[in-house]
Design a protein around this ligand. Sequence first.
Ligand code: SF4
Ligand code: SF4
Length: 164
Amino acid sequence: MPSVIAFTCQRCGHCCEGVGGIVLSAFDLERLGSHLKLDRNALLERFTEHVGGRHRLVTGTDDSCIFYAAGCMVHQARPDVCRAWPYFRGNIIDADSHAMAAEDCPGINQQASHAEFARQGRDYLMAHKLCRSRGEDVPEALVIDCIPDTPEEAEHGRPGFDAS
Ligand code: SF4
Ligand code: SF4
């Protein structure tokens, strides 16, 4: 275990507020549709909007994500960007973005350095298979180079890292 934990979610729901942040890949749509037992067209029609060539979740009347109600109602099938936050590309490669994210997300430990946050973030993303190459429907936040050092790390994450 690292000596300083860079992030522990406080379940405050702030990251589920606002418009436009939850961009969906084809795989996200498939997983969500399967979970909700909706075909792709029904899912797109009921819960998404198409903006700038991307599908994204809409918000409810409270300006939170349509699936937020004192917690995520689709937790098991939530999109990859929700799984990856706060380990987004910008926060991993840029210390200023990390500092700004920490102002909004109380789960980010401000005692942890940006380097430590980035290191733990890459480990987390690698362990959860959330690193992506740039592609047509890939959210930019997930485009992160986290190449493992060994095949074992690719399969299981780095030693000492709890991927649960
Ligand atoms: S804003 Fe941060 S602490 Fe709050 S629910 Fe989102 S990830 Fe967790
Ligand atoms: S899908 Fe769930 S985790 Fe993602 S923004 Fe919506 S309520 Fe939050």
